[in-house]
Structures are given as structure tokens and as C-alpha cells.
Design a protein around this ligand. Structure first.
Ligand code: ATP
Ligand code: MG
Length: 135
């Protein structure tokens, strides 16, 4: 299968808990190559744009509050079947339902602070990567 790309963010809770290095090592061990990476922090406007698809949902305001609450690491990753394989690697949105050995199972505590993001389609991987690495 052709190599393709996905986009990830190590979220504020994982940064605060000191899990960034462990998570990046886990990602590399799983065969993903780092293409771009930066430490940054989203402001309210950027966060609302990034999560536009969730606007109107009950958890939207909490999500924006949380994702802007501290630094994140944004990265573009490359691997065969990147989007699907990375979603498997991070596990269920709710850490309590995430399989053993997944990043959310190991490093996340709750559905609203779930350690890591992974794009859900090739199209969104492109959009989200461009959003964070446009120059
Ligand atoms: P992500 O997009 O962060 O990789 P996901 O694709 O597994 O996560 P989405 O449905 O895209 O989940 O939701 C985006 C984020 O919004 C989730 O990571 C989670 O933090 C939050 N979220 C989703 N559903 C809920 C919910 N029911 N209650 C609280 N927060 C939620
Ligand atoms: Mg999502």
C-alpha cells in the first residue's frame, strides 16, 4: 500500500502530565515517520476553526476551553495506511473504552481530556496539516 499521511496533536493534558516523549516514542515504534512537528498553543479563534465540525454540540465550549488551556504538539506523520492505523494506535475517543496498549488507554483519563488527536480521513488529514503547517 502507498505511504500516506495523517495529522496528530498531543493535547494539553498529556503535555501537562509529561507524556509527550513517551507518546512520540510509541508513535515512532509503531512505524510512523515524523514529517513535521511543532510545540504551539491554540487561541480561541484557531481552536473554533479547527473543531468547526463540532460547533453546536453540547461539549463544544468545554472542548475549546480545554484545547486552548495549554501547549500542544502538532505533527504530520507518514506511514502506509496512516489515517486508519493511527486511529487504531490511539484507541477509542473515551479512554475507558480504549483497548489495552492504545495511547488513550495508557495516557488519557477522560473523554474530554483524551491525550491525543488523530485525523479521521485522508481529506481531514490534509486540511488539518495545512491548518498547522501552512508556511
Ligand atoms: P479527535 O478528533 O480529538 O482525534 P475523535 O475523533 O476520537 O477525537 P471526535 O468525535 O472528533 O473524537 O471529538 C473531538 C473531541 O471532542 C474528542 O477528542 C473529545 O475530546 C471531545 N468529545 C467528543 N465527544 C465527546 C463527548 N461526548 N463528551 C465530551 N467530549 C467529547
Ligand atoms: Mg475527530
Amino acid at each position: 500500500m502507498r505511504k500516506n499521511r495523517t495529522f496528530t496533536m498531543i493535547k494539553p493534558d498529556a503535555m501537562e502530565n509529561g507524556y509527550a516523549g513517551l507518546i512520540i516514542a510509541h508513535i515512532e515504534k509503531a512505524g510512523f515517520k515524523l514529517i513535521a512537528m511543532k510545540l504551539t498553543q491554540l487561541d480561541k479563534d484557531s481552536a473554533e476553526k479547527f473543531y468547526e465540525i463540532h460547533k453546536g454540540k453540547v461539549f463544544f465550549n468545554d472542548l475549546i476551553q480545554y484545547i486552548t488551556s495549554g501547549p500542544i504538539i502538532a505533527a504530520i506523520l507518514e506511514k502506509e495506511n496512516a489515517v486508519e492505523d493511527f486511529r487504531k494506535l490511539i484507541g477509542n475517543t473515551n479512554p475507558e473504552e480504549a483497548d489495552e496498549g492504545t495511547i488513550r488507554n495508557m495516557y488519557a483519563k477522560s473523554i474530554d481530556a483524551n491525550a491525543i488527536h488523530g485525523s479521521d480521513s485522508d481529506e481531514n488529514a490534509q486540511i488539518e496539516g495545512d491548518f498547522h503547517f501552512s508556511n
